[in-house]
Design a protein around this ligand. Sequence first.
Ligand SMILES: [Zn+2]
Length: 190
Amino acid sequence: MDLLHWLAPVSCVVCGREGSLVCGACLPQPKWRTHESGTWYAWEFEEVRQVLHALKYQGLKGVSRELVERLLPPQPIEACAGIPTPMLRRWARGYAQGEVIAADGAAAWGSERLTLLRAHRRGSSVGLSRAKRAEEVSGRFTVCRHTTRPVWLIDDVVTTGATLRACEAALRAAGVQVVGKLALAGVRSR
Ligand SMILES: [Zn+2]
């Protein structure tokens, strides 16, 4: 138990019950599903909306570990890389949630975590069509390290899948073998 935990008992980000950052009652059983982008995800976004909000916007980095420790990946993951966040946004938040999840996942699943990509700042994609947005997103990532290992890409939420696909394309173009994509939660398109 760490000191902080001892000084201020942790409580559930959803219901406030003491004991853990996400209590068993507030987190449905994960179930692997595949998104139309070919990404595996464990929860429907609506099931974990508050939990992910705490991770992304309330600085509660520990939430990531609570989630990944409840997950057995759909296939063994030898090496994984998180989706990076542009530097400016990372400074504002203090961390990139995709990378935090990849690091916690690697520790929980016995995988190696690799930092392979760098993200660049982007303009607002509000108001862009789906196709335009996908095009805009593809120029946002560059490969900063190469590996010969088969890699899984990790992110928090898969919505259109454009970000994960852009990272996958950048890595493939650089000769990196991407064998899978995984997100904690997914949004189904209707
Ligand atoms: Zn709870």
